[in-house]
Design a protein around this ligand. Structure first.
Ligand SMILES: [Zn+2]
Length: 553
């Protein structure tokens, strides 16, 4: 399933040829394929019944209706990727050219039986069907005795988070959407991977030399929305020194998208400051924050931009990465911002059969009955979020959840902390974190009705203002490890609950002192190491760091 490939112009030509034939009506297909540099959707097969095939029925257990889901196959004990699927299926190829990563995902569209061609020597097979994180993944084994086999898979929910007002989003995708007529396929994939929202971010350089992952329009005009799911275009803006930032939902692309030598045409300078980019993003209706846990930067300005008030969230996880130190440091200094997570596809498109392709790591926000970008944005702003690559996580402090504030009298008081991590898949740890450190708690482990649960309910005496959150882990992502050599356990982390004692702010003086020193070192870096076109640009950075250091007093 996980193949390295060499970018081959011929394969793109063959794709174009198939489309050309389609356009001329010489092949009768129910669904055209489509493709761009970052993906291909294989044209639907017309006459699968001529050879051996599988008739796959994927049904929602509650409604008995067909439902969209991802499926994977083994045939005669080996992984099998069909060359195509018929019209009720969707075969998607995720392509990262520079890293030479390619991953093929097959989906049931939820519109009827999916016909899947099987090899002529197929005798026995398995199919695994998964639909995001709220349905139990199902594996069914079957024999192929005649020309075809029929398998029905019932998809059963073990939890319904949407009924509790939680909506899932992948806030970090980089695929082209150059023609709105293909949005139906994207929305089907969101449905099949259990997502309500996706943010498709344009980029410049890296995977491809110029501007890529372009969208047919930006802001509201570039949205896809079927009433249940939505896609909103945005931008990942990058500077080699300052780092990468996700600008979600902006009405326009903020140029030059990349600075500091990333991409072509090359902008060698580390200017403008990302602070200015964030300000412009806010003018353009967007919401943003540092990507990749503030890594992938020579001297990340995530702290600077947060202290100066322009950061709305902190991305702490991608498929290949889970990094909380920079975020915790800012929280400990009193800058209370929510976490988000997203895949960074087509980077690291390696998946186990139970995992979704889109939203392998995702952000749940509590926006109640409301959906769409504005509701999503407001819920992130309130901090009503958790992130996960599998387990569902919950925390409350005296009944107050992430984004909320618990107030205690000046002498402090006792609080009850409840936390839970749950999944149909095995779990490792559940921790309650206070000011970045796990506190000592008793964790109860249960496994009933096919669901693993780790549970904490504990009284805690609090005398100092602090933030509290829950975090947990489960089993390893084996495909990511085999494909990339990167070890990642599935993870979940809640947003934070603030506990305010009297009028004390949430603030660790030790951490503030450490941040002050870090900002002073960074000020020196930007005075002596960064690349500027004009002397005043250097002075601007020096001044911004000066302002941030003062802001810590
Ligand atoms: Zn990035």
């Amino acid at each position: 399933m996980y193949r390295q490939f060499s970018p081959n112009p011929r394969s793109l030509l063959i794709g174009s040829f198939a489309l050309w034939l389609l356009a001329n009506g010489q092949i009768l297909l129910a669904h055209e394929g489509h493709q761009a540099a970052t993906y291909e959707v294989t044209p639907a097969a017309a006459q699968i019944e001529q050879g051996k095939y599988l008739r796959l029925k994927v049904v929602d257990a509650e409604s008995s209706r067909p439902t969209a889901a991802r499926f994977t196959l083994t045939v005669n004990g080996k992984e099998y990727i069909p060359p195509n699927v018929a019209r009720h299926g969707l075969r998607f190829i995720s392509i990262h050219q520079r890293r030479e990563q390619q991953f093929i995902a097959t989906y049931a569209r939820g519109s009827g039986d999916v016909l899947v061609p099987l090899p002529n020597d197929a005798r026995s097979a398995t199919v695994t069907v998964a639909k995001g994180f709220e349905f139990v993944p199902v594996t069914a084994s079957f024999d192929i005795n005649g020309p075809s086999a029929t398998v029905e898979v019932q998809m059963e929910r073990w939890i319904n988070l949407q009924a509790e007002g939680w909506h899932a989003a992948d806030e970090h995708l980089h695929y082209e959407r150059t023609d709105p007529k293909h949005d139906g396929d994207w929305l089907t994939m969101l449905d099949a991977d259990g997502l309500s929202h996706a943010h498709f971010l344009v980029l410049r350089g890296g995977n491809l030399p110029g501007i890529w992952a372009q969208q047919f329009a930006y802001g509201k005009a570039g949205e896809a929305n079927d009433g249940k799911r939505s896609i909103r275009p945005g931008e990942e803006y990058r500077d080699s020194s300052q780092g990468h930032v996700n600008l979600l939902g902006v009405e326009k692309v903020i140029s030059p998208i990349s600075t500091g030598g990333i991409g072509e045409p090359r902008v060698p300078f580390n200017y403008p400051p990302l602070l200015d980019v964030f300000r412009r993003m806010h003018e353009l209706g967007g919401i943003g924050g540092p990507a990749h846990g503030a890594s992938l930067a020579r001297s990340s300005t995530a702290a600077l931009d947060t202290v100066l008030g322009q950061v709305d969230f902190f991305e702490i996880a991608n498929t290949h990465l889970y990094k909380t130190d920079a975020w915790y440091q800012l929280l400990n200094c009193g800058f209370i911002i929510p976490p988000v997570a997203g895949t960074d596809l087509p980077n690291f498109g390696f998946r186990d059969p139970w995992q979704p392709l889109l939203g392998e790591v995702r952000t749940y926000v509590r926006s109640g009955a409301r959906s769409g970008f504005d509701a999503w944005k407001q819920a992130v702003r309130r901090g009503e979020v958790f992130v996960t690559s599998g387990p569902v996580i919950h925390v409350d402090v005296d009944g107050v959840g992430p984004g909320g504030v618990v107030r205690l009298p000046p002498q402090g008081g006792d609080l009850t902390i409840t936390a839970e991590l749950a999944s149909p898949r095995p779990l490792k740890t559940l921790e309650v974190v206070s000011m970045g450190q796990p506190i000592s708690v008793e964790v109860k482990r249960t496994h009933t009705g096919g669901v693993h649960r780790l549970h904490v309910k504990q009284q805690m005496a609090i005398t100092k203002s602090c933030w509290l959150a829950a975090r947990g882990t489960g089993g390893p992502k084996t495909a990511v490890e085999h494909g990339l050599g990167i070890q990642q356990d599935v993870m979940a982390h809640t947003g934070v609950v603030q506990v305010l004692v009297g009028n004390q702010p949430i603030r660790s003086e030790v951490e503030v002192e450490r941040l002050r020193k870090q900002l002073a070192l960074q000020q020196e870096h930007y005075r002596t190491q960064a690349n500027y076109e004009e002397p005043e640009h250097r002075l601007r950075f020096v001044d911004l760091f000066e302002q941030a250091i003062k802001r810590l007093d």
